[in-house]
Design a protein around this ligand. Structure first.
Ligand code: PBG
Length: 323
C-alpha cells in the first residue's frame, strides 16, 4: 500500500498514540551499574573524565550499591584498584582482594542485588596488560590458569555472575570447568564475547588506573573493522558454555549487537563504555546537546538493537529520569 492510502504520520499524531505503538521501552531493570573500588575507608575520589563517578572504598561503594537497589537497578559490576600490582596479578585472585572484599560487604547488606565481576587482569598487573607477559607478549595459556583461579575466588566471595573480559582464547571454557569443579556449577558466565580494541575505553583507564605501560591491546581485543571475526569469537564462547553474551562498546557496534542477538539467541548485553558516557557529558557541559535526551536516546537505541540489558555509567541517572 502506498501514499495516500498509507500515511505513517497517523500513528505519530499524539503522545498517547506514540505510547501505544512504541516498540522499545527503557526501564531501570535494564541497567547494570559499574563501580570502581579502591582500598581505604570513606574514600570517594572523583574521576575527572567521568563526571558523577568515583573511585570508592568498600564502605562508600556499599552506599552506591544501595542507591542502585533503591532505584530498581538490579545489578552492579565491580572493578578493583588493588593497593599493589605485580607481574602475576595476585590481587585479582587473593581471597581478601579488593573486589572480593567489596562483594562480601555488598552481599551482606543487599543479598538480592546481583553482583557481576569483571574478570580481567589489567587492573592488577604492574604492566597493565590483561594477562601474563613474557618478552613483550601477552601469553594466552598461562593467563587461562589465572582466569580459572580468579573465577573461583570471585564466586567464593559471593559474585553471582562472572564476566571474563580479557579476550584470551579458551577463557570461558577454562573458567566453566574450574567453577564446576569448585562446586559453582550454578554460577553463570557473562562473556565479553565481542570486545573491540577501542579508543572509547580512554576514561576507564583513568578510572581503573589500568593503561598498558607499553603497546596496546590490539593483540587480544578485536579490530573495530571486523564483523565476521566477532561472529567467530561469539560462537567460540557459546560453544565453551557462555550463558550470556556482551558486545562492547555499544553505540558504534549496533550492527554486531543486532547480529549477536539474532544469531545466537542468548541473553545479550551491551556495554555503553566510558568514552561513550564521557562524550555525552562533555558535549552537554558545553551546552551543545540535551544530556537527558541524548543519554536516553542512546540507551533506547542500544536496547532496540537487541540488548536485554546494558552496562552503563548512566544507570543511576537514567533510572532517576525514568522514575
Ligand atoms: C578490562 C576492562 C576494560 C573495560 C572494561 N573492562 C578496559 C580495557 O579493556 O582496556 C572498559 C570499560 C569502559 O571503557 O567503560 N579489561
Amino acid at each position: 500500500m502506498a501514499f495516500p492510502d498509507s500515511r505513517p504520520r497517523r500513528l505519530r499524531a499524539s503522545p498517547a498514540l506514540r505510547t501505544l505503538v512504541r516498540e522499545t521501552e527503557l526501564s531501570p531493570k535494564d541497567f547494570v551499574l559499574p563501580l570502581f573500588i579502591r582500598p581505604g575507608r570513606g574514600e570517594k575520589r572523583p574521576i575527572s573524565s567521568m563526571p558523577g563517578h568515583f573511585q570508592f572504598s568498600v564502605d562508600t561503594a556499599v552506599k552506591a550499591a544501595g542507591e542502585a537497589v533503591k532505584l530498581g537497578v538490579p545489578a552492579v559490576i565491580l572493578f578493583g584498584i588493588p593497593d599493589r600490582k605485580d607481574a602475576k596479578a595476585s590481587g585479582a585472585y587473593a581471597a581478601d582482594g579488593i573486589v572480593q572484599k567489596a562483594a562480601r560487604a555488598m552481599k551482606d547488606k543487599y543479598p538480592d542485588l546481583l553482583l557481576i565481576s569483571d574478570l580481567c587482569f589489567c587492573e592488577y598487573t604492574d604492566h597493565g596488560h590483561c594477562g601474563i607477559v613474557k618478552d613483550g607478549k601477552v601469553l594466552n595459556d598461562p593467563t587461562l590458569e589465572l582466569a580459572a583461579k580468579t573465577a573461583v575466588s570471585q564466586a567464593k566471595a559471593g559474585f553471582d555472575i562472572v564476566a571474563p573480559s580479557g579476550m584470551m582464547d579458551g577463557q570461558v571454557g577454562m573458567m566453566r570447568k574450574a567453577l564446576d569443579a569448585a562446586g559453582f556449577s550454578d554460577t553463570p558466565i557473562l562473556a565479553y564475547a565481542a570486545k573491540y580494541a577501542s579508543g572509547f575505553y580512554g576514561p576507564f583507564r583513568e578510572a581503573a588506573e589500568s593503561p598498558p605501560s607499553f603497546g596496546d591491546r590490539s593483540g587480544y581485543q578485536m579490530d573495530p573493522a571486523n564483523f565476521l571475526e566477532a561472529m567467530r569469537e561469539v560462537q567460540l564462547d557459546v560453544d565453551e558454555g557462555a550463558d550470556m553474551l556482551m558486545v562492547k562498546p555499544a553505540l558504534p557496534y549496533l550492527d554486531v549487537l543486532k547480529a549477536v542477538k539474532t544469531r545466537f539467541g542468548l541473553p545479550t548485553s551491551a556495554y555503553q563504555v566510558s568514552g561513550e558516557f564521557a562524550m555525552i557529558k562533555a558535549a552537554a557541559a558545553k551546552g551543545w546537546i540535551d544530556e537527558k535526551r541524548v543519554a536516553l536516546e542512546s540507551l533506547t537505541c542500544i536496547k532496540r538493537a537487541g540488548a536485554d540489558f546494558i552496562l552503563t555509567y548512566y544507570a543511576l541517572e537514567a533510572a532517576r529520569w525514568l522514575a
